[in-house]
Design a protein around this ligand. Sequence first.
Ligand SMILES: [Zn+2]
Length: 291
Amino acid sequence: MAIVSGEHSGRQRRAIDMESFVNIEGDHSLLALDEPEPFTLINDAGTARTLLLCDHASRRIPRSLDDLGLDELALRRHVACDIGAGDVTRKLSEILDAPALLAGYSRLVVDCNRHLSDPTAFRAVSDGEFVPGNHDLDAVAKKSRAQAIFYPYHQAISMCLTKFRQRGVAPAVIAIHSFTPIFNRTSRPWQIGVLWDRDDRIPRPLMDKLRRIPGTVVGDNEPYSGKLPADYTIDHHAEPAGLPHVSIEIRQDLIRTPAGVERWSAILGRAFGEILANDDLYSFLDSPAES
Ligand SMILES: [Zn+2]
Protein backbone atom coordinates (compact mmCIF):
# COMPACT_ATOMS: atom_id res chain seq x y z
CA MET A 1 0.00 0.00 0.00
CA ALA A 2 2.13 2.86 -1.19
CA ILE A 3 1.02 6.28 -0.13
CA VAL A 4 1.03 9.90 -0.24
CA SER A 5 3.05 12.91 -0.94
CA GLY A 6 6.67 12.87 0.06
CA GLU A 7 6.44 16.10 1.97
CA HIS A 8 4.95 14.61 5.14
CA SER A 9 7.65 12.49 6.70
CA GLY A 10 5.21 11.31 9.38
CA ARG A 11 2.85 9.89 6.79
CA GLN A 12 5.70 8.30 4.90
CA ARG A 13 6.86 6.56 8.02
CA ARG A 14 3.38 5.19 8.57
CA ALA A 15 3.26 3.96 5.01
CA ILE A 16 6.42 1.95 5.60
CA ASP A 17 4.94 0.56 8.80
CA MET A 18 1.94 -0.60 6.82
CA GLU A 19 4.15 -2.47 4.39
CA SER A 20 5.51 -4.42 7.33
CA PHE A 21 2.01 -5.67 8.09
CA VAL A 22 1.82 -7.26 4.67
CA ASN A 23 4.91 -9.33 5.34
CA ILE A 24 3.75 -10.87 8.60
CA GLU A 25 2.39 -14.40 8.45
CA GLY A 26 -1.16 -14.38 9.80
CA ASP A 27 -4.40 -16.25 10.15
CA HIS A 28 -6.59 -15.75 7.06
CA SER A 29 -9.75 -17.26 8.54
CA LEU A 30 -11.15 -14.32 10.49
CA LEU A 31 -14.43 -14.27 8.53
CA ALA A 32 -16.52 -17.41 8.09
CA LEU A 33 -17.84 -18.16 4.63
CA ASP A 34 -21.39 -17.31 5.64
CA GLU A 35 -20.47 -13.91 7.10
CA PRO A 36 -20.90 -10.67 5.14
CA GLU A 37 -18.21 -9.28 2.88
CA PRO A 38 -15.82 -6.72 4.39
CA PHE A 39 -17.58 -3.99 2.41
CA THR A 40 -20.90 -3.31 0.71
CA LEU A 41 -20.99 -1.62 -2.68
CA ILE A 42 -24.32 -0.12 -3.59
CA ASN A 43 -25.54 1.63 -6.74
CA ASP A 44 -22.41 0.60 -8.64
CA ALA A 45 -23.98 1.79 -11.89
CA GLY A 46 -24.98 5.18 -10.47
CA THR A 47 -24.61 8.04 -12.91
CA ALA A 48 -23.03 10.59 -10.54
CA ARG A 49 -19.34 11.35 -10.90
CA THR A 50 -19.06 10.85 -7.16
CA LEU A 51 -18.08 8.07 -4.78
CA LEU A 52 -19.67 8.03 -1.32
CA LEU A 53 -17.75 6.33 1.50
CA CYS A 54 -18.77 5.24 4.97
CA ASP A 55 -15.85 3.84 6.97
CA HIS A 56 -17.84 3.41 10.19
CA ALA A 57 -21.16 2.13 8.86
CA SER A 58 -21.32 -1.17 10.74
CA ARG A 59 -21.31 -2.45 14.31
CA ARG A 60 -20.81 -6.07 13.18
CA ILE A 61 -18.03 -8.12 14.79
CA PRO A 62 -16.79 -11.32 13.13
CA ARG A 63 -18.12 -14.35 15.02
CA SER A 64 -14.60 -15.65 15.56
CA LEU A 65 -13.85 -12.59 17.73
CA ASP A 66 -16.72 -13.35 20.14
CA ASP A 67 -18.02 -9.75 20.28
CA LEU A 68 -14.53 -8.68 21.42
CA GLY A 69 -15.74 -9.50 24.94
CA LEU A 70 -18.29 -6.63 24.84
CA ASP A 71 -21.91 -6.85 25.91
CA GLU A 72 -24.91 -5.82 23.83
CA LEU A 73 -25.10 -2.39 25.45
CA ALA A 74 -21.50 -1.56 24.59
CA LEU A 75 -21.95 -2.74 21.02
CA ARG A 76 -24.95 -0.43 20.64
CA ARG A 77 -22.84 2.61 21.56
CA HIS A 78 -21.17 4.96 19.13
CA VAL A 79 -17.82 3.36 19.95
CA ALA A 80 -18.79 0.44 17.69
CA CYS A 81 -20.03 2.48 14.72
CA ASP A 82 -21.09 5.95 13.53
CA ILE A 83 -24.77 5.90 14.45
CA GLY A 84 -26.93 6.85 11.46
CA ALA A 85 -24.02 7.41 9.06
CA GLY A 86 -24.58 4.24 7.06
CA ASP A 87 -28.26 5.04 6.63
CA VAL A 88 -27.51 8.58 5.43
CA THR A 89 -24.90 7.22 3.02
CA ARG A 90 -27.39 4.76 1.54
CA LYS A 91 -30.05 7.44 1.19
CA LEU A 92 -27.63 9.93 -0.35
CA SER A 93 -26.53 7.26 -2.80
CA GLU A 94 -30.13 7.06 -3.92
CA ILE A 95 -30.72 10.84 -4.02
CA LEU A 96 -27.50 11.63 -5.90
CA ASP A 97 -27.54 8.39 -7.92
CA ALA A 98 -23.96 7.81 -6.77
CA PRO A 99 -22.12 4.58 -6.00
CA ALA A 100 -21.35 4.09 -2.32
CA LEU A 101 -18.97 1.85 -0.42
CA LEU A 102 -19.70 1.00 3.20
CA ALA A 103 -17.30 -0.87 5.46
CA GLY A 104 -18.89 -4.10 6.64
CA TYR A 105 -17.42 -4.45 10.14
CA SER A 106 -17.07 -2.38 13.29
CA ARG A 107 -14.22 0.05 13.70
CA LEU A 108 -13.45 -1.76 16.95
CA VAL A 109 -12.25 -4.73 14.85
CA VAL A 110 -10.01 -2.49 12.78
CA ASP A 111 -10.63 1.21 12.13
CA CYS A 112 -10.70 1.62 8.36
CA ASN A 113 -10.08 5.36 8.76
CA ARG A 114 -6.77 4.98 10.54
CA HIS A 115 -3.29 4.09 9.46
CA LEU A 116 -2.75 0.55 10.67
CA SER A 117 0.23 1.65 12.70
CA ASP A 118 -1.80 4.32 14.50
CA PRO A 119 -2.53 3.45 18.16
CA THR A 120 -6.25 4.03 17.53
CA ALA A 121 -6.51 1.51 14.67
CA PHE A 122 -7.21 -1.27 17.19
CA ARG A 123 -8.62 0.50 20.23
CA ALA A 124 -8.30 -1.26 23.58
CA VAL A 125 -10.27 1.59 25.19
CA SER A 126 -12.79 3.75 23.35
CA ASP A 127 -14.62 6.64 25.05
CA GLY A 128 -14.29 4.93 28.42
CA GLU A 129 -15.30 1.51 27.09
CA PHE A 130 -12.69 -1.17 27.73
CA VAL A 131 -12.52 -3.56 24.77
CA PRO A 132 -11.26 -6.89 26.16
CA GLY A 133 -10.73 -8.47 22.75
CA ASN A 134 -8.33 -5.71 21.77
CA HIS A 135 -6.16 -5.89 24.85
CA ASP A 136 -2.53 -6.77 24.08
CA LEU A 137 -3.25 -7.57 20.45
CA ASP A 138 -0.18 -9.00 18.77
CA ALA A 139 1.00 -8.28 15.23
CA VAL A 140 -0.41 -11.54 13.87
CA ALA A 141 -3.91 -10.74 15.17
CA LYS A 142 -3.69 -7.23 13.75
CA LYS A 143 -2.59 -8.55 10.41
CA SER A 144 -5.43 -11.03 10.33
CA ARG A 145 -7.97 -8.23 10.79
CA ALA A 146 -6.21 -5.99 8.29
CA GLN A 147 -6.18 -8.73 5.66
CA ALA A 148 -9.80 -9.70 6.21
CA ILE A 149 -11.33 -6.21 6.40
CA PHE A 150 -9.06 -3.18 6.03
CA TYR A 151 -7.27 -4.10 2.81
CA PRO A 152 -10.32 -5.45 0.94
CA TYR A 153 -12.30 -2.30 1.79
CA HIS A 154 -9.54 0.01 0.63
CA GLN A 155 -8.88 -2.08 -2.45
CA ALA A 156 -12.57 -1.76 -3.29
CA ILE A 157 -12.29 2.03 -2.99
CA SER A 158 -9.25 2.01 -5.27
CA MET A 159 -11.08 -0.11 -7.81
CA CYS A 160 -14.11 2.19 -7.81
CA LEU A 161 -11.89 5.23 -8.31
CA THR A 162 -9.99 3.47 -11.10
CA LYS A 163 -13.27 2.76 -12.88
CA PHE A 164 -14.07 6.48 -12.88
CA ARG A 165 -10.63 7.36 -14.17
CA GLN A 166 -10.89 4.77 -16.93
CA ARG A 167 -13.94 6.73 -18.10
CA GLY A 168 -11.87 9.90 -18.05
CA VAL A 169 -13.55 11.22 -14.88
CA ALA A 170 -11.81 12.77 -11.87
CA PRO A 171 -14.53 11.81 -9.39
CA ALA A 172 -15.57 13.64 -6.23
CA VAL A 173 -15.08 11.65 -3.03
CA ILE A 174 -17.45 12.24 -0.11
CA ALA A 175 -16.91 10.53 3.25
CA ILE A 176 -19.84 10.39 5.70
CA HIS A 177 -19.35 10.14 9.47
CA SER A 178 -21.33 11.01 12.60
CA PHE A 179 -20.34 12.38 15.99
CA THR A 180 -21.67 12.19 19.56
CA PRO A 181 -23.72 15.18 20.82
CA ILE A 182 -21.77 15.25 24.08
CA PHE A 183 -18.04 14.72 24.45
CA ASN A 184 -16.07 15.07 27.68
CA ARG A 185 -19.29 16.33 29.35
CA THR A 186 -19.54 19.20 26.88
CA SER A 187 -22.43 19.63 24.45
CA ARG A 188 -21.32 20.08 20.89
CA PRO A 189 -23.17 22.98 19.23
CA TRP A 190 -22.82 21.95 15.59
CA GLN A 191 -25.48 19.97 13.77
CA ILE A 192 -23.03 19.18 11.04
CA GLY A 193 -19.30 19.53 10.48
CA VAL A 194 -17.40 19.95 7.22
CA LEU A 195 -13.88 18.53 7.40
CA TRP A 196 -11.25 19.52 4.93
CA ASP A 197 -7.58 20.34 4.55
CA ARG A 198 -6.26 21.98 1.40
CA ASP A 199 -8.86 21.39 -1.29
CA ASP A 200 -11.74 23.83 -0.71
CA ARG A 201 -13.66 23.11 -3.92
CA ILE A 202 -16.46 21.23 -2.18
CA PRO A 203 -16.12 22.36 1.47
CA ARG A 204 -16.55 26.13 0.96
CA PRO A 205 -19.71 26.04 -1.17
CA LEU A 206 -21.09 23.27 1.03
CA MET A 207 -20.61 25.31 4.21
CA ASP A 208 -22.18 28.35 2.50
CA LYS A 209 -25.27 26.37 1.57
CA LEU A 210 -25.66 24.65 4.93
CA ARG A 211 -25.29 27.96 6.82
CA ARG A 212 -28.26 29.38 4.93
CA ILE A 213 -30.53 26.86 6.66
CA PRO A 214 -32.06 28.74 9.63
CA GLY A 215 -30.78 27.58 13.00
CA THR A 216 -28.00 25.48 11.55
CA VAL A 217 -24.60 25.69 13.19
CA VAL A 218 -22.02 24.36 10.76
CA GLY A 219 -18.60 23.29 12.00
CA ASP A 220 -15.67 24.36 9.86
CA ASN A 221 -13.25 21.54 10.67
CA GLU A 222 -15.33 20.86 13.81
CA PRO A 223 -15.79 18.70 15.83
CA TYR A 224 -12.66 17.27 14.21
CA SER A 225 -10.18 18.75 11.81
CA GLY A 226 -9.65 17.44 8.31
CA LYS A 227 -6.01 18.36 8.81
CA LEU A 228 -5.44 15.62 11.41
CA PRO A 229 -2.76 13.23 10.19
CA ALA A 230 -4.33 10.14 11.83
CA ASP A 231 -7.23 9.95 9.34
CA TYR A 232 -6.65 7.60 6.50
CA THR A 233 -9.37 7.18 3.89
CA ILE A 234 -9.51 10.66 2.37
CA ASP A 235 -5.80 11.26 3.00
CA HIS A 236 -4.92 8.08 1.14
CA HIS A 237 -7.40 7.92 -1.73
CA ALA A 238 -8.48 11.46 -2.56
CA GLU A 239 -6.03 14.08 -1.38
CA PRO A 240 -2.78 12.81 -2.93
CA ALA A 241 -4.58 12.09 -6.21
CA GLY A 242 -5.92 15.66 -6.33
CA LEU A 243 -9.54 14.48 -6.43
CA PRO A 244 -12.21 16.90 -5.16
CA HIS A 245 -13.28 15.66 -1.73
CA VAL A 246 -14.85 16.39 1.63
CA SER A 247 -15.65 14.61 4.90
CA ILE A 248 -18.98 15.24 6.61
CA GLU A 249 -19.74 14.72 10.30
CA ILE A 250 -23.42 14.72 11.32
CA ARG A 251 -24.49 14.86 14.97
CA GLN A 252 -25.83 11.46 15.95
CA ASP A 253 -28.99 12.57 17.76
CA LEU A 254 -30.20 14.10 14.47
CA ILE A 255 -29.92 10.90 12.42
CA ARG A 256 -30.82 8.31 15.02
CA THR A 257 -34.31 7.75 13.56
CA PRO A 258 -35.54 7.07 10.01
CA ALA A 259 -37.19 10.53 9.98
CA GLY A 260 -33.88 12.17 10.94
CA VAL A 261 -32.03 10.20 8.27
CA GLU A 262 -34.60 11.34 5.69
CA ARG A 263 -34.33 14.98 6.76
CA TRP A 264 -30.55 15.22 6.76
CA SER A 265 -30.14 13.15 3.61
CA ALA A 266 -32.52 15.54 1.86
CA ILE A 267 -30.59 18.58 3.16
CA LEU A 268 -27.28 17.13 2.04
CA GLY A 269 -28.77 15.86 -1.20
CA ARG A 270 -29.93 19.37 -2.13
CA ALA A 271 -26.62 20.99 -1.16
CA PHE A 272 -24.44 18.39 -2.87
CA GLY A 273 -26.76 18.24 -5.87
CA GLU A 274 -25.99 21.86 -6.74
CA ILE A 275 -22.26 21.57 -6.05
CA LEU A 276 -21.83 18.32 -7.96
CA ALA A 277 -23.70 19.75 -10.97
CA ASN A 278 -20.73 22.02 -11.67
CA ASP A 279 -18.68 20.39 -14.44
CA ASP A 280 -15.62 22.43 -13.46
CA LEU A 281 -15.41 20.46 -10.21
CA TYR A 282 -14.21 17.27 -11.86
CA SER A 283 -10.54 17.95 -12.35
CA PHE A 284 -7.36 16.90 -10.62
CA LEU A 285 -5.94 19.51 -8.30
CA ASP A 286 -2.26 19.54 -9.26
CA SER A 287 -0.67 21.34 -6.40
CA PRO A 288 -3.01 22.15 -3.54
CA ALA A 289 -2.00 25.37 -1.82
CA GLU A 290 -0.46 24.99 1.60
CA SER A 291 -2.80 26.30 4.27
ZN1 LIG B 1 -16.58 7.98 11.69
